[in-house]
Design a protein around this ligand. Structure first.
Ligand SMILES: [Zn+2]
Length: 141
């Protein structure tokens, strides 16, 4: 996850272009967005600079739409990572079919192996509250 300084560096063009958000709003956005790769955030910034029509700083929903578009524009072929395994082209190996966090903070699991593992781990954790059991369920799914 990126730190605040790095986030602000990526985010600066938005802060210069649009009406400055409150410090509180900016902190909330940072908290929600720091989970994304810097490269995804940088592309979301470009997307917003091109497409955001208002003079106001974009709402989180608008920022989130831009991130969704960036994900959709990623190449539709499977990407091989260094370990020789194939990344899922739907969830980019996050296991989540909808990026998290999202405005509703709903978890939607992907149908791929990683999604199956995450779902199994999550359900076991909800049932038992036991991190160790959840990890075993994740590994065995
Ligand atoms: Zn997947």
């Amino acid at each position: 996850m990126i730190n605040k300084a790095k986030f602000l560096e990526i985010w600066r063009p938005l802060l210069q272009r649009f009406r400055m958000p409150t410090q509180e709003q900016l902190d909330i956005d940072f908290d929600r967005l720091r989970v994304y790769e810097p490269e995804i955030l940088a592309r979301a910034v470009e997307n917003l600079l091109q497409n955001h029509r208002s003079a106001d700083y974009p709402t989180f929903g608008e920022i989130f739409d831009a991130i969704e578009q960036v994900f959709q524009q990623r190449p539709m072929t499977n990407i091989d990572d260094e370990k020789g395994t194939t990344a899922c082209r739907f969830c980019h190996d996050t296991g989540l079919s909808v990026p998290y966090p999202n405005p509703q903070n709903d978890a939607h699991y992907c149908d791929c192996e990683k999604g199956r593992k995450r779902r199994a781990g999550h359900l076991t954790y909800r049932k038992t509250g036991d991190v160790k059991k959840a990890r075993i369920a994740y590994e065995e799914a």
